[in-house]
Design a protein around this ligand. Structure first.
Ligand SMILES: NC(=O)c1ccc[n+]([C@@H]2O[C@H](COP(=O)([O-])OP(=O)(O)OC[C@H]3O[C@@H](n4cnc5c(N)ncnc54)[C@H](OP(=O)(O)O)[C@@H]3O)[C@@H](O)[C@H]2O)c1
Length: 260
């Protein structure tokens, strides 16, 4: 397969762990230059050093909380001033917080999910897209989820945020007609990352149970699918990839130890 990522600049939100980190590794290996942002700058610096050593490309890292609109404005101004306009934006920063029946839902968990998964994606996209339009084109990949297709018990607000990501991906793609910017989405099922630990507020035992009895996706599996999306020739838009572990037939049907 032809590699079209050589020399491209790719901005990944939530680049410090999981899917974002695996994407960084995959794209750097393909010769891309990276801009990585997340709240944990120490982890980003460590990742930056390793990426530069292994792949030699340019890697810029920024501390950023995508919920903080003013911080996002400053960040985007800085990349514009430093002529680091990305060709590709991966809107990956996101989380699930809690797994509760709606009537037991926690307000803070709800705010964190809505503010990060929906408003954070809006904050970054609204400011980066004009730079891409001015540059004559670009590609945005929003990280949705299987949870954006099927609502599962106790998923309520997380499901709602990922349904929103799906609607926003479609809406952006339509509105960007005529600009040279294409919009895609990747919708993973269960991926073994820090996701479940974050969902269960650091409870590692509860997190481990999510992946018991079957082989979940790895972050690298998802990164490979994102690579396929962004490596497509300019006249092709892979609008969505729904990718699950083979054992996860849908959100409700998971073979554990070979049984459903
Ligand atoms: N794992 C799954 O099963 C799964 C399935 C479908 C979709 N997804 C989606 O995939 C995306 C990545 O999740 P993951 O599985 O890779 O989880 P992860 O290992 O917990 O990584 C999440 C990343 O998002 C960043 N992040 C979280 N809140 C942020 C904020 N306010 N501002 C900036 N960065 C923030 C984290 O960095 P800092 O903590 O350093 O800020 C981290 O780099 C999320 O959108 C998630 O909803 C995951």
């Amino acid at each position: 397969m032809e590699n079209r990522l050589q020399g491209k600049r790719i901005l990944i939100t939530g680049g410090s762990a999981g899917i974002g980190e695996a994407c960084a590794e995959r794209f750097a290996a393909a010769g891309a230059n990276l801009i990585l942002c997340a709240r944990r700058i120490a982890r980003l610096r460590e990742l930056q050093a390793g990426l530069v050593e292994r792949h030699q490309g340019q890697v810029d890292v920024f501390p950023l909380d995508v919920r903080d609109r003013e911080a996002v404005q400053n960040f985007v101004s800085e990349i514009a001033e430093r002529k680091l306009t990305p060709n590709i934006l991966i809107n990956n920063a996101g989380l699930a917080a809690g797994l509760n029946r709606f009537q037991d839902g926690d307000w803070d968990d709800w705010d964190r999910m809505i503010d990060t998964n929906i408003k954070g994606l809006l904050n970054v996209s609204r400011l980066v897209i004009p730079l891409m339009i001015a540059a004559g084109g670009g590609h945005i990949v929003n990280v949705g989820s299987l949870a954006g297709y099927q609502v599962y018990p106790k998923g309520n607000v997380y499901n709602a945020t990922k349904f929103a990501v799906r609607a926003l991906s479609e809406g952006m793609n339509i509105d960007l007609a005529g600009t040279g910017v294409r919009v895609s989405m990747i919708s993973p099922g269960a991926v073994r990352t820090e996701f479940s630990e974050v969902r269960f507020h650091g409870d590692r035992e509860a997190a481990a149970k999510v992946y018991e009895g079957y082989t979940p996706l790895s972050a690298a599996d998802v990164a490979e699918a994102v690579f396929f999306i962004i490596n497509a020739p300019p006249h092709v838009n892979i609008q969505n990839i729904l990718i699950t572990p083979t054992a996860q037939r849908n959100a409700y049907c998971v073979e554990r130890d070979g049984k459903t």
